[in-house]
Design a protein around this ligand. Structure first.
Ligand code: CP
Ligand code: NVA
Length: 307
């Protein structure tokens, strides 16, 4: 099925060949951009970008990405629009659809991005919700392919808090044939609903999906170690949670338990020396800045294919 006109909200809505198409397009657009070849595939197109939460990478990659594609992106915040005065998401979606060719939104509740999609008549892209972060994982898989040459049968271990990023890893990496392990304290395991959905994908694509409560066992044999903040945007800091998660910190000792050529990833922003130490972030296994750059190329591919 063509991706044109589709919403990009939840990786579980896509088949392997569709995500493959996005990754191939991203590799191609990256090559073109590096060689300075023109690729203005979205000339004259506009994207409304709604940010209910802060962002560095998502905002800049979409905005710069669409500029490179010959289009234009608008940054919309609650305080600068009528959303902050209570105009509904549904009305906003209908209005923006009359001006723009796509809507990208970073929201709190996942229902907000789902509502946008319900009322919009143009494609809606999820730029992070409390539940999922699909655009991030496309950039991550692009990065893994660049460093490892392929995805299938590689083991990725996400260690730390089960959150939007780990939820999308369980979906996207499984669909693409990676073996996924989540290393988290029992109290911070993935939510049962999302785990069940990921297990179904794992059966469909014949991969393994495990939850492991010992961080060293979790990373044993890992080709990729991934982590993210202990406290996502909108969450209060909590001493008990921090204590439970500290043994899952990505430090030199933990990295030594994985394969020798393991790569270490983080969606960023990092809380240095909390979920990841300086020595690992800046060390030889880290690919975090390649990963950040790849947000640009992956986001461009999504824009080109859905818009
Ligand atoms: N990784 C990511 O989404 O970064 P931003 O919050 O800076 O957009
Ligand atoms: N889990 C993090 C990801 C930030 C890109 C958050 O939601 O804050």
């Amino acid at each position: 099925m063509s991706l044109k006109g589709r919403h990009f909200i939840d990786l579980a809505d896509f088949e392997r060949y569709e995500l493959r198409r996005i990754l191939d397009t991203a590799h191609d657009l990256k090559r073109k951009q590096k060689r300075g070849e023109p690729h203005e595939l979205l000339k004259g197109k506009s994207l409304a970008m709604i940010f209910m939460k802060s962002s560095t990478r998502t905002r800049v990659s979409f905005e710069v990405g669409l500029t490179q594609l010959g289009g234009h992106a608008l940054y919309l915040s609650p305080s600068g629009t009528q959303l902050g005065r209570g105009e509904t998401i549904g009305d906003t979606a209908q209005v923006l659809s009359r001006y723009c060719d796509g809507i990208m939104a970073r929201v709190y509740g996942h229902n907000e991005v789902a509502d946008l999609a319900k009322y919009a008549t143009v494609p809606v892209i999820n730029g992070l919700s409390d539940l999922l972060h699909p655009c991030q994982i496309m950039a991550d898989m692009l990065t893994i392919e660049e460093h490892k040459g392929n995805l299938q049968r590689l083991k990725i271990t996400y260690v730390g808090d089960s959150n939007n990023v780990s939820n999308s890893i369980m979906q996207g990496c499984t669909i693409m044939g990676m073996d996924v392990t989540i290393g988290s304290p029992k109290k911070h395991d993935p939510s049962p609903d999302i785990l069940k959905k990921a297990q179904e994908l794992s059966e469909k694509y014949d991969t393994t999906l495990e939850v492991e409560h010992d961080p060293h066992k979790a990373v044993a044999n890992a080709d990729v170690i991934y982590t993210d903040t202990f406290f996502s945007m909108g969450q209060e800091r909590d001493k008990k949670k921090e204590e439970a998660l500290m043994p899952f910190q990505v430090n030199d000792d933990l990295v030594a338990s994985a394969k020798q050529d393991v790569i270490v990833m983080h969606c960023l922003p990092a809380h240095r020396n909390e979920e990841i130490t300086d020595s690992v972030m800046d060390g030889k296994h880290s690919v975090v800045f390649d990963e950040a750059e790849n947000r640009l190329h992956a986001q461009k591919a999504i824009l080109v294919l859905v818009m």
